[in-house]
Design a protein around this ligand. Structure first.
Ligand code: ACO
Length: 426
């Protein structure tokens, strides 16, 4: 086994150290390549580039494996709770009972928002997309919690992390209630994280809110399934924004903005809208033909990393059945989804391209059954992913080799030329 690779450019050889992780592919270290050889590497979309070293999440896309700090996602989704997973992602280990009690208390006692923050929501139109509200509101946290913005102080980093995990449900619920024209609901400290969130979303002053353990468990599981996913687009955005020393709340707002896109977090909304557009099982063959004719993509299918079943999709599918059964809903879209999955998984177009359902395929049906409108789906994703973003951000600050992110480019534009006055152009 060699610990270096040799790159030959013209008549010169360059040694590239090979770095080994604890599992997964080895990595060619090209950090000195430009200095030594005057060449950049070219990798738009970062399909072959590791942008950082990380100990948080491991994905083997070919085998359909997702591990957080070594623990398989299906075990966490079955046996753990979202707050326990938050502790695991942030601190590296599952908490002891005492550690968990302290962590839970810390999060619980940070859930309220500054009273003046509530008036901030009034500035948005009621019909604004809640992701637009989230991007603005989370960015504005820097203006309200200026005592935890020193990114070089580990204690302040921890307080900001706890504030974010604690306040995201309150902000997300306010974004939802505001869009519905309903009054804001204050968090209750005796409720669990997910129960509190559902109450803040669905409780109205006119009647008592009754928790439903199946829905609370489903919400918690959905949060666990979305908690982190290594160096995806939004996480890389958070790391890149944070690499300049920007405030944590501003970095998370950048992550939310990136997540909003339909190829990333916006896909769950699009997947449900696609199922609605298909409408019934008879329309599936024509729709699939349209995908093959490249008129549109099958939303909720395919993944940059998973070229096998997305392990989160299996848990999501099970959660979907549980929720629909509990609520006694016979949703025709579930039949469309199941049939579409069957058709796609037996069609060479999808088999050859290794296109499998991703987590978004079943999450939309589940969330809709729970009472969330489609434009809230990505908000829930952002809420859950906040712990992943802030854990990755924290890890970046703990890495002594941290540098400001500064990709290079292959320039193909005009070479140097002289300015031409307007009357001489033509
Ligand atoms: N439907 C139809 N064809 C697809 C799909 C799809 N959903 N996804 C990929 N393909 C095809 C591409 O057209 C391409 O075909 P070609 O080789 O004949 O040109 C081939 O499969 C490979 O696709 P790439 O674009 O190279 O795959 P990439 O890894 O860049 O894209 C992505 C991944 C963006 C997720 C893509 O699969 C997609 O757009 N899926 C739909 C949106 C979606 O569900 N996103 C959620 C992602 S999961 C998440 O963010 C939680």
């Amino acid at each position: 086994m060699t610990d270096k690779a040799t790159l030959t450019i013209g008549d010169k050889n360059y040694d590239l150290p090979i770095l080994k992780g604890s599992t997964g592919p080895d990595v060619l270290d090209v950090r000195k390549l430009y200095g030594d050889s005057d060449h950049f590497t070219f990798d738009p979309g970062f399909t072959s580039t590791a942008s950082c070293e990380s100990k948080i999440t491991y994905i083997d896309g070919d085998a359909g494996i997702l591990l957080h700090r070594g623990y398989p996602i299906d075990q966490l989704a079955e046996k753990s709770s979202f707050l326990e997973v938050c502790h695991l992602l942030l601190n590296g280990e599952l908490p002891t009972a005492d550690e968990f009690a302290k962590f839970e208390r810390n999060i619980t006692y940070h859930t309220m928002l500054h009273a003046q923050f509530d008036s901030f929501f009034q500035g948005f139109r009621r019909d604004a997309h809640p992701m637009a509200v989230m991007t603005g509101a989370v960015g504005a946290l820097s203006a309200f919690y200026a005592d935890s913005l020193n990114v070089d102080d580990p204690k302040q980093r921890e307080i900001s992390a706890h504030r974010l995990i604690a306040k995201m449900p309150t902000i997300a619920a306010r974004a939802f209630q505001y869009s519905q024209g309903r009054p804001f609901v204050t968090p209750r400290n005796e409720l669990s994280y997910s129960e509190n969130f559902l109450r803040m979303c669905f409780s109205v002053p006119a009647e008592d809110w009754v928790p439903n353990p199946v829905l609370t468990r489903a919400m918690d599981r959905i949060f666990i399934l979305h908690a982190d996913h290594e160096q995806n687009a939004s996480t890389s955005t958070v790391r890149l924004a944070g690499s300049s020393g920007a405030h944590p709340f501003a970095c998370i707002a950048a992550g939310i903005a990136c997540l909003w896109g339909p190829s990333h977090g916006g896909a769950n909304q699009e997947a449900l809208e696609m199922l609605e557009e298909i409408g019934s099982v008879e329309n599936i063959p024509a729709y699939v033909q349209g995908v093959k004719d490249r008129k549109y993509k099958l939303m909720g299918f395919g993944h940059r990393v998973y070229k096998n079943f997305d392990p989160r999709a299996k848990v999501m599918q099970k959660t979907c059945y549980e929720v629909l059964e509990q609520l006694g809903i016979n949703d025709p879209l579930l039949h469309v989804a199941m049939e579409l999955e069957k058709v796609a998984l037996s069609d060479p177009f999808f088999i050859d391209r290794k296109l499998y359902p991703n987590i978004d395929f079943y999450s939309g049906i589940t969330l809709r059954a729970m009472g969330f409108p489609t434009n809230m789906f990505t908000v829930l994703f952002a809420l859950a992913r906040t712990v992943g973003w802030i854990s990755q951000w924290k890890e970046m600050f703990e890495d002594p080799s941290r540098k400001i992110g500064r990709p290079r480019q292959l320039y193909t534009g005009a070479t140097q030329r002289d300015y031409v006055p307007v009357d001489k152009r033509g």
